[in-house]
Design a binder for this molecule. Structure first.
Ligand code: AMP
Length: 398
């Protein structure tokens, strides 16, 4: 059985075709500049590639290009899209409506569209992609929605509510929803599997540290708190995002510089974080290289981000009254040995002990704590596409 996994943005579309017999990726690719010009780059598992510039006025033409790449190009992997059993969509915002993945019915599609108010950059694009799939692949092809937010729906109200007047929650749904849920779910499942324990018996902290970053506390098998909030801006500083800060700093700057809410959104989402503080780059590798050469602001950005990550980990240890396992994932989490060492050294007070040799490993699933460590620490490369494919298969098998 083959599952087609789609991660659609307003002008781009990432995809993978996964064979669920062995969970192997058959091909993956990217359509870009949808609505402007259009280009596809496609790669089969055996290394064959196909790329083309082709008009993509809408997502429908992008999907047609994908079908050509998968079934007819020099890098084809199947004879016909009929071989594909279902389509799994990554959906950024499921609000309080979607507690888990679901078959995309007309009602579900309408709900995803309505939730666009909470994710204006993402949900409308997902809706376009789902409609384009119906057009390209027909109404009979099952489509499943897998939400970034649903893993976090188990948070208690004391964790997800903001201390704002209650009416804003009632009127507009202003609360913490979290993000990266599929990744936190996948990684925490892997931790339990490696430990050979029921997830319900473990207190786990998962650190998804990439371009976007979030940390989640998992107790009794479910998420009890997460660092991202109403939008993926909350938490701790990221490549270009602020993370948590005093909102009055923003109203102060807005008044001083006569800025609109849209300006503030842009500054906080695109011009802040590691880039904003260092003035060098949003990529931790560039910033680390600059710090190495003596750039003090680059060093400050690195120090701030590490400190904020440590504080979130510490707060979740307090929230769960302990921790059994901590897992690092994402581009930074999987590759930045110094960051992991910093976090671990500062958790010596709870008996965490890092195996420095094992910590040198990159991008591989591995336990990096010593056998004496009271907390097991892991690197677990995330695989959100596989998690989406698994859930899609589960939903269509119900
Ligand atoms: P992701 O969004 O998960 O693909 O992560 C992308 C980010 O990972 C990049 O922006 C880099 O900041 C970071 N990254 C990748 N490799 C390294 C590395 N060797 N050391 C530090 N950060 C890294």
């Amino acid at each position: 059985m083959k599952i087609f996994v789609v991660n659609a943005g307003s002008s781009s579309l990432k995809y993978q075709l996964i064979d669920m017999e062995n969970e192997q990726v058959l091909c993956k690719g990217l359509c870009e500049r949808i609505g402007v010009t259009g280009a596809i780059s496609h790669k089969a598992a055996d290394g064959r590639t196909y790329s083309a510039e082709t008009a993509m006025p809408t997502h429908s033409e992008a999907f047609e290009a994908v079908v050509y790449a998968m079934t007819k190009s020099d890098a084809k992997v199947i004879d016909s899209f009929d071989e594909v059993s279902a389509i799994g969509h990554r959906i950024v915002q499921g609000g309080s409506i979607f507690k888990g993945s679901c078959l995309i019915t007309p009602k579900a599609l309408q709900d995803i569209d309505d939730l666009g108010a909470l994710a204006p950059l993402h949900n409308p694009a997902h809706v376009l992609a789902i409609k384009a799939c119906i057009k390209t692949f027909g109404e009979e092809k099952p489509q499943v929605a897998v939400f970034d937010t649903s893993f976090h729906q188990t948070m208690p109200s004391k964790a997800y509510m903001f201390a704002l007047p209650y009416k804003y929650y009632e009127q507009y749904g202003v609360r913490k929803y979290g993000a990266h849920g599929t990744s936190h779910w996948f990684v925490s499942d892997r931790v339990a599997a490696i430990e050979g324990k029921d997830k319900k018996d473990l207190k786990i902290i998962t650190c998804h540290l990439g371009n976007g970053c979030s940390i989640t506390a998992i107790k009794d098998g479910v998420c009890i708190d997460t660092s991202m909030g109403f939008t993926p801006l909350d938490g701790f500083m990221m490549g270009t995002r602020t993370g948590t800060l005093d909102p009055s700093a923003l109203t102060f700057i807005a008044e001083k510089e006569n800025l609109s809410p849209a300006d503030i959104n842009r500054i906080c989402n695109k011009e802040s974080g590691v880039l904003g503080v260092s003035g060098v780059s949003n990529d931790n590798r560039d910033v680390a290289a600059a710090a190495e050469k003596g750039n003090e602001r680059a060093q400050l950005a690195i120090d701030m981000q590490r400190y904020q990550i440590l504080k979130f980990v510490g707060s979740y240890i307090a929230a769960m009254n302990g921790v059994d396992a901590i897992a690092f994932t994402g581009g930074i989490g999987e590759n930045d040995a110094e960051l992991r060492e910093y976090v671990c050294e500062n958790l010596a007070y709870i008996g965490a002990e890092m195996d420095k040799e094992k910590n040198k490993v990159r991008g591989e699933e591995i336990k990096i704590s010593t056998d004496n460590s009271k907390v097991n620490i892991y690197i677990i490369p995330t695989n959100e596409e596989l998690a989406i494919a698994r859930d899609t298969l589960a939903i269509i098998s119900e």
